[in-house]
Design a protein around this ligand. Structure first.
Ligand code: AMP
Ligand code: ZN
Ligand code: FE
Ligand code: FE
Length: 292
């Protein structure tokens, strides 16, 4: 394969800003990535593309390449599955409608969760809204931040281990499309679907291989293998699939500012794999540095 030399490595294609549940403005996320030595990045806020233009302005200033992206919420049975989507058309009507539906349900769901928590703790909906930038995709991390502000927990980690853990009974599930539908939507919008943190520790674990093969058949492009939440066993099984089906493999940080310990560039994606994403993506172009 001829590698497109206009982009620059090292690459970290999974970063969150305050347009979803990261703690920094898109401009500052890109600056942080640059300071950590990255030169090709993707801003992948949950179910929204509102950070793209600000991120692109900053990558241009810093001589970096931006691969526009998003992390789409999906659900298989009771299991939350995150699908990274790169280089799709942000105006695609079906994908826009689906992300709007998810974001609307995130609002109602967060309000219901807060209602449940308020039965036992002093927490209001306004507390949560105060933690969220206008229009940001709302999620449990904003509720966690409100619990921190109230002095009920120390950090997001403690909130997710306790009050926000599904087994505690306060949370309610989020409306999300089936991952098969998500792959179809992303491909139909010219995008490249890569499954985020596909082999997490804990009760959820990896989807059955038969389902993964069905997703690959439908157009799943690859897996985010190098991510701190994947287990060693899961990564081994996924590498076998990647080899068998000649898929893309990525590595990323899933940076959330101060919301998670993850640092930009703690995992990276190789030039070959960045080039493969660029060659498969037809919905929007990468934003190259001005002199490329
Ligand atoms: P939600 O979108 O409401 O389902 O919340 C999921 C988000 O919470 C994901 O984007 C994760 O990055 C974040 N999250 C999950 N567990 C933790 C944790 N232990 N600490 C900080 N953030 C977390
Ligand atoms: Zn997140
Ligand atoms: Fe995720
Ligand atoms: Fe993420």
């Amino acid at each position: 394969m001829t590698i497109d030399v206009r982009f620059r490595g090292p690459a970290d294609l999974h970063l969150h800003s305050s347009r979803s549940d990261g703690t920094e403005h898109p401009t500052d996320v890109i600056s942080a990535a640059h300071a950590h030595g990255l030169r090709t990045v993707s801003l992948t806020d949950h179910d929204t593309t509102t950070g793209w233009s600000e991120a692109a302005a900053r990558t241009r200033e810093l001589g970096m390449t931006l691969i526009p992206g998003m992390e789409l919420s999906t659900r298989y049975q009771w299991q939350s599955i995150h699908m990274l989507a790169y280089l799709f058309d942000p105006q695609d009507a079906d994908l826009v409608a689906e992300t709007e539906r998810i974001r609307a349900d995130r609002l109602g769901r967060a309000e219901r969760i807060v209602g449940n928590i308020a039965a036992d703790y002093t927490l209001t909906w306004d507390d949560v809204l105060a933690q969220r930038l206008e229009d940001a995709t709302i999620g449990r991390p904003h509720i966690a931040d409100a619990l921190i502000a109230r002095g009920i927990v120390q950090d997001r980690e403690e909130a997710f281990a306790g009050i926000l853990h599904p087994r505690t009974g306060y949370t309610v599930p989020l409306y999300s499309p089936d991952p098969r539908e998500a792959v179809r939507l992303i491909r139909d919008a010219g995008g490249v679907p890569i499954m985020a943190h596909p082999a997490p520790h804990g009760r959820a674990g990896m989807l059955p291989i038969t389902i993964l093969e069905e997703l690959i058949e439908l157009g799943l492009a690859g897996f985010e293998i190098d991510h701190r939440e994947n287990t060693a066993d899961g990564k081994r099984a996924l590498r076998a699939l990647i080899k068998r089906y000649n898929l893309i493999v990525t590595g990323s940080s899933d940076y959330h500012g101060t919301g998670k310990p993850n640092r930009p560039g703690e995992n990276t994606t190789t030039e070959e794999n960045v080039a493969a994403i660029i060659s498969e993506g037809t919905g929007t172009a990468p934003v190259y540095p001005p002199d490329a």
